[in-house]
Design a protein around this ligand. Sequence first.
Ligand code: FMN
Length: 165
Amino acid sequence: MPVPPDLFVAGMRLHAAGVTVVATSFEGRPSGLTATAVCSVSAEPPQLLVCVHRGAEANEPIRRSRLFSVNVLAAGQRRLADRFAGRLGHSGPARFEEGRWTRLVTGAPVLEGARAVFDCSLVTAVEAGTHTIFVGLVEAVAMRPELAPLVYHEGEYGLVAQLPS
Ligand SMILES: Cc1cc2nc3c(=O)[nH]c(=O)nc-3n(C[C@H](O)[C@H](O)[C@H](O)COP(=O)(O)O)c2cc1C
């Protein structure tokens, strides 16, 4: 028997996670969302996955364009995280009016100031409850390792602190 959803959510709140913006473009219209449910799948071939709510406006465009980017946010980009989570009242292309957005290989919008960018073509989409698991083949990577990462933990944004070695 599954546990109640609120118990699951309470447990997952204790999982500190990096914050990303997943972005796509279908027929010239960009869309995107903030997502922490992002995970490496394999290095050979280079693949990652992202879990996107079926009701999110970017879900169908990812499915149809078969391309998306995962933009790993830096500590200074929490406002962008709120923007792409719809917390500032923007939707669709209006979310892209903040930040410098460009393209690499697939044509998905990528964020120039992100800590890391993974430009992906869609390999497969698996339905799992309320969400779709999109698996992407990574066709380009851009990195800014000098920037500090943005994390999400217990419903708040935070920074990573190093333990003394
Ligand atoms: C820190 C954070 C992490 C999130 N992670 C995910 C996620 O992994 N998958 C997802 O579908 N939604 C996630 N969301 C919620 C979406 O960003 C939000 O619902 C988004 O606006 C999608 O709906 P819309 O684009 O239709 O407005 C997250 C929100 C926040 C603030």
